[in-house]
Write a protein that binds this ligand. Sequence first.
Ligand code: TYM
Length: 382
Amino acid sequence: MDEFEVSPWNVSGKIDYDKLIERFGTQKLSNDLLSDLKNLSGELHLFFRRNVFFSHRDFDKIIEDIKNGKSFFIYTGRGPSGPMHIGHLLPFILAKWFQEKFNVNVYIEITDDEKYLHSDNLDLKDTKKYAIENTLDIISLGFNEDKTFVFFDTEYIKNMYKLALRIAKKINFSTVKAVFGFKESTNIGMIFYPTLQLVPTFFENNRCLIPEAIDQDPYWRIQRDIADSIGKYKASVIHSKFLPPLSGIEGKMSSSIPETAIYLNDSPEIVKKKIMKYAFSGGQPTIEEHRKYGGNPDIDVSFQWLYMMFEEDDEKIKEIEISYKKGDLLTGELKNILIEKINKFLIDFREKREKYKDRLEKYLYDGKLANKMWNTIYDNVK
Ligand code: TYM
């Protein structure tokens, strides 16, 4: 029995990412692949340099497509169950990076249906409200409005339904039961829902690349099983690790335990308070012991967040690591570095968000790509 679990609806325990690659049957993102990507993009995103995105399926095929001048598209998504935390941004930050580097279309599915079906206390009104809030968060990262389409399942279903039916007919209950652990008591909406997460992988007649944390991978096992039979490409996927919760490096930052997450709308005071109070420290109990024995960055959440996301400078992060290990840098000082970085990031982010408020419609309904999508009924499979 493994001591951790990763599924679309539960992430717990201390995750061994190498074991997860074996368990899920994915591939490690190798140095060769990353150096190919670097040659094609000019530079590697921090998430690749620091092994935050660590695993893939068929990413080598995307690299081949780029080398051969063939286009691809990006697809990812968000389940609007509440306000977004900083962990949720990871796949979107990378999606935007790919759009910038390779000028590709990005499709973002907002699964208001999934979150309504899955929750005991959210009504469709609530998921709609969060769908709008979350969309604003996502587009504020700076997506190109001509090449990005964000859609809510409950609204775009008319255009997707025929394709959804063709896919649904290829998938039987025993498959989704095995892949997702559905039970007799699972509502039948949830049983159909995976079809809708698969549909966007077929929006273009090019290969689809999905950036996401690895909890969403089970969907693509099914997609990849049926893609051939409907004459379409198997999805390519790149997987990230989870930004850990403040409480320690086990599990993932989760919206359901607010003290363990930093939300995009947390004020500077709240950020400071949460990190000072809750961020698990790899430091020693007293300053004297810390000076003598040093801290452990591998289990220190503040260090992990700086490493995975907030300290871009490779030299600086190395210095921080060394001086923390030596005991020169104290836990409080390390926390202060992180607090300053996060607050700067969030203040910038919220300023941009204000400016994107009146551009929401472009991404959802009347930008160039949005327009095309609202005029297409998806039915294009064998
Ligand atoms: P959701 O809303 O649970 O999560 C949105 C995205 O954020 C990733 N994620 C994290 N990444 C890093 N650190 C964390 N702590 C963390 N927590 C969540 C998730 O892996 C996801 O990529 N069913 C999906 C919505 C969806 C989707 C998709 C996601 C629809 N189509 C295609 C990815 C790709 C969901 O509820 O995501």
